[in-house]
Design a protein around this ligand. Sequence first.
Ligand code: GDP
Ligand code: MG
Ligand code: ZN
Length: 347
Amino acid sequence: MARRRLSRQQIERIKSIQEQRRERAGTRAAALEAGGLGAERHGRVITNFGKSLLVEDDDGSLVRCVPRQNLGLVVCGDTVVWQPSAQGDGVVSALNARRSVLGRPDTSGEIRPTAANLDQVVVVAAPLPEFSEDMIDRYLVAAEALRLHPLIVLNKVDLLDDVHRADVERRLATYTAIGYPVLTASTVSAHGIEALRRHMHGHISLLAGQSGVGKSSLINALLPDLGLRTQTISERSGLGQHTTTNATFYHLPDDAEGALIDSPGVRAFDLWDMDEAQIAAGFREFDRFLGHCRFHNCRHRSEPGCALKAAAEEGRIDPRRLASYLRIVDDLESGRDRLRAKPDGLA
Ligand SMILES: Nc1nc2c(ncn2[C@@H]2O[C@H](COP(=O)(O)OP(=O)(O)O)[C@@H](O)[C@H]2O)c(=O)[nH]1
Ligand SMILES: [Mg+2]
Ligand SMILES: [Zn+2]
């Protein structure tokens, strides 16, 4: 009992701190505007610290901004219109339409945006921790629901002998057959890193996958100057040490458009409150069989005349994928799924 009361108090406290921050940011925007603003410029939000934003101008310079109060939550990856203030900081005066948005439920269960304008998810798997197709399937469902292109990377291939490599490659062939690009990589031997770089070129990507598969190692391989960049962000933001808890936009080297958005929070992108139809839509090879079951409300279990079951029996879809779909539906129904793809860095 005491514990619950305390945590409710903590939630209230967090809420009131957030409100105070929002008010302060609004007041700051108004104060900056009162001093007169310069011409409108275009920029990209690199990261946000509460309501304070670090915006990269089209010319590459970094400027600390506050958003006008009516803009709602402006997040990493957003493209914005900003205006320099007389004091040197800036005011974000408009938020451009988003191509996509990631979110997380906040303490009251509402989904808050955490990053915007991504178009690709790199789903990272490895032979260690144990390779799991079910986990890959969950990330694919989330990616499809968010309309992001998935790219599957099997990292740590240096750990595989010929026998195990053949086994894992056979298991991954399912995904290639469905039409997903699949790469192998090793941050130890550098195998596949250039191919990964090519697949990420021109995209705004996110690396997702179980803790321990090597996401941080891959990010370090892709962004050799990561330490320097986070240091620059800390300095420019003037808000002390930049912690990796906030989603941050990192340009890929020699790539004008390509970038990586990273934080433990965005890696946790997951299956929130989806219904069966949305989950089924995440299994793209089911598409041509859906709607062909005898019963329009078929759940693809033991119903007669199920087109999906027939397709699995005939080998036109992988029976393992159908089983995986049914497990995800079961898990969501029992409320267990939220904890499945636990991100690293978050309890
Ligand atoms: N053998 C091998 N180990 C790797 C590779 N990539 C990462 N690791 C190791 O796997 C562990 C987890 O890596 P990390 O990047 O922290 O994974 P994350 O939790 O997904 O960010 C670390 O001990 C890494 O050194 C790889 O390609 N081969
Ligand atoms: Mg990590
Ligand atoms: Zn069916």
